[in-house]
Design a binder for this molecule. Structure first.
Ligand code: SF4
Ligand code: SF4
Length: 379
């Protein structure tokens, strides 16, 4: 039963959430695999210390209702994430408070307090041979991936597959961005992480989603859905159809297809999404991934694809709201930002387009700017 499931959920009222979660979990195969005493790690999206209304993080009421369902089956539930920045108690406690996650403690869950990590092997990985993995998830018997549906500068959107980037501790992420500078290599790395971690169940909070300057500073938008699937790629295929984003603009879906982990097409998933699909979802830039490189590309084709990619790719650009705080310069893995004249300036030649500066600018001043070619051709 790896087909995705979807249920209407109009708001974050506990009764609505409970109904929607029970429906999608049942339709996605149920929870019979949960046994008493099992330790289950719920990987949320806690990308920033934002209030639930900002639609940047998995809603705490949804996480609390899931916790209750798992605790009722006798499981020990631990919830958490590892966003950018130091993976340590002070930052994470601030996040737990701001995002309202303490609600999960009242529901019988524990918020993660283990901030260690271990380098683990990634057998069969295409990009990754090993990776730094947070210990709290490693020590669990099973992982449930409970993501949030949002626009994303580098990957086009973020849902289940991208959410597992949070198994890498925050401070290590810069290094991974640098190592996997090309979006397709980054996408392959995300697929490797998903294949290594193998979540037992993926859920997506698509009640209030984020569009525009996502994944942290965009605009909330009502979609009114809860989604589930055991397969992260098929869940994200459903998400892409709901947003009206072409799969070729989501590098990790293309990477999953190339590796035979996702069928080329599944019209049934498009049909499922059609009644709810948005016609005017605002993306966060253009990823230019339809020029995705593949090992089969040789000679002129390879050169042409690279040229088109360079022409169409988006860039981070500081807007007039920039207050020159310097956070982006400190976080930039490529040291491509300097603060001059009270504003951030980007050296384009050094920028690797990881969009960390856009994701973590506290003023929401760093925007993803589509290239002239992308704007002229409506990409
Ligand atoms: S983090 Fe944002 S506000 Fe601060 S310098 Fe960078 S762009 Fe400007
Ligand atoms: S300028 Fe921004 S997008 Fe470019 S490398 Fe630095 S953090 Fe990444």
């Amino acid at each position: 039963m790896d087909f995705p499931a979807l249920a209407p959920c109009e708001d974050y009222d506990p009764a609505s959430l409970r109904r929607a979660l029970e429906t999608v979990i049942r339709d996605a195969g149920g929870l019979d695999w949960v046994k008493p005493g099992m330790r289950i790690g719920v990987k949320l999206n806690l990308c920033a210390a934002k209030k639930p209304e900002a639609a940047a993080t998995t809603h705490p009421a949804a996480a609390a209702e899931l916790t209750k369902l798992l605790v009722e089956r006798g499981a020990e539930v631990v919830l958490g994430d590892s966003p950018g920045g130091p993976f340590a108690a002070p930052l994470m406690h601030r996040l737990y408070e701001a995002t309202g996650l303490r609600l999960c403690e009242e529901a019988g869950g524990k918020l993660n307090e283990d901030f260690g990590y271990t380098e683990v092997e990634c057998p069969g990985g295409k990009s990754l041979r090993s990776f730094a993995c947070v210990d709290w998830l490693r020590s669990c018997d099973a992982v449930v991936n409970f993501c949030k549906l949002k626009s994303h500068g580098m990957m086009g959107m973020t849902a289940a597959v991208k959410n597992l980037y949070g198994v890498i501790p925050g401070t290590h992420k810069s290094e991974y961005h640098y190592r996997y500078e090309d979006p397709m290599r980054f996408a392959d790395m995300l697929v490797d992480l998903n294949e290594c971690v193998k979540p037992r169940l993926c859920l997506c909070d698509a009640v209030e989603i984020m569009e525009g300057n996502g994944p942290t500073m965009g605009t909330p938008r009502h979609l009114g859905l809860m989604l589930a699937c055991r397969d992260p790629y098929r869940l994200d295929r459903l998400c892409a159809a709901l947003l009206g984003v072409k799969e070729r603009e989501i590098p990790y879906l293309e990477a999953a297809k190339r590796r035979g982990l996702l069928a080329e097409e599944e019209p049934e998933i498009l049909e499922m999404a059609a009644p709810f699909a948005l016609a005017d979802f605002q993306r966060s830039g253009a990823t230019a991934s339809w020029f995705a490189r593949s090992e089969d590309d040789k000679g002129l084709r390879k050169i042409a694809k690279r040229g088109m990619y360079v022409l169409f790719r988006s860039h981070p650009t500081p807007g007039p709201d920039c207050v020159g705080c310097g956070k982006c310069a400190r976080d930039c893995p490529a040291s491509a930002i300097v603060i001059r004249g009270g504003r951030a300036r980007i050296r384009r030649s050094a920028c690797i387009r990881c969009f960390c500066c856009q994701e973590f600018c506290p003023a929401g001043a760093m925007k993803v700017r589509r290239s002239l070619a992308a704007r002229l051709t409506g990409r």
